[in-house]
Ligand binder design. Sequence first.
Ligand code: NCD
Ligand code: ZN
Length: 343
Amino acid sequence: MELTLTRPDDWHLHVRDGAALVSVIAHTARQFARAIIMPNLRPPVTTGAQASAYRERILAALPADSDFEPLMTLYLTDNTTADVINAAAAEGSIRAVKLYPAGATTHSDDGVTDISHAWDALDAMQAHGLPLLVHAEVTDRDVDVFDRERVFIDRILEPLARRFPELKIVLEHVTTRDGVDFVLSHDDNIAATITAHHLLLNRNAMFSGGLQPHAYCLPVLKRETHRAVLIEAAVSGNKKFFLGTDSAPHAREHKETACGCAGIYTAHAAIELYAQAFEQAGALDRLEGFASHFGADFYGLPRNTDTITLEKTDWPVPDSYPLGDSTVIPMFAGQTLNWRLRD
Ligand code: NCD
Ligand code: ZN
């Protein structure tokens, strides 16, 4: 059996920088035409000039024959002015702005400490139609880690959507029924990305047979009832839900340690993992819209015109891949996947 799709895009991706970037970028470029590149470098990408320089480094790291297109984003801070947004919009290559609540996840220390600090920037984004990409988790120590998305929606996102009713918002890597309901209850300016790992795994994966650091990401995996809602949303054919891997490579030694980093690496097999999830849901015919059409439509970009083909063939996922001078352990390392992208 085989499946041919319009070439997909990845609307949420971490590719890092330097030697790690060189190690991972080919995995994404062989499947996807474009990807929204997350700006959480150290230091973060906060200006158009930094984004252009980062874009050049990504292009330089690509295999020679690749026409993969990185879509750049800015990292919203307490100090992002309307001028920075206006300049980015005028320059044209910035596709979105990412909101990390300060301290919510990897390299988010420079994130927004209070959303009111961002009102001028958000006003400018609304005026320019520049999407806000949201890491939707509160950071309060007294909120249970499994409830942080729901509480963020109640406290921050609903009021934000009311204050900026035209602002394009993507609830990135949605993980809960509450997140899906939020997206469904608003107009078409509000959408969500869904990762392959949140479609395929529930929180048991973090504890099966012992503590599993490679199943730890943020937002953290949730219980099965939430996973079922994510599957339903992904296969619904609703254009508000589209593919964003949140593939987040970390060196093995930074995962397998006393205080391990959050992030799951899925770029090695992203479209294959989504195919598996859609097939399990009996909805392979819905994969193309989710993976290849709806994201481009939301961002106001043309859909891709070429195609990829997946074959139903078993293949073993390697135990690791190189990552700079270390290695990264991919999702389902050492296990068998049953869809394979034809080269
Ligand atoms: C991401 C990373 O490692 O940069 N980690 C993750 O668990 N998803 C950051 C993020 O998107 O939260
Ligand atoms: Zn991410």
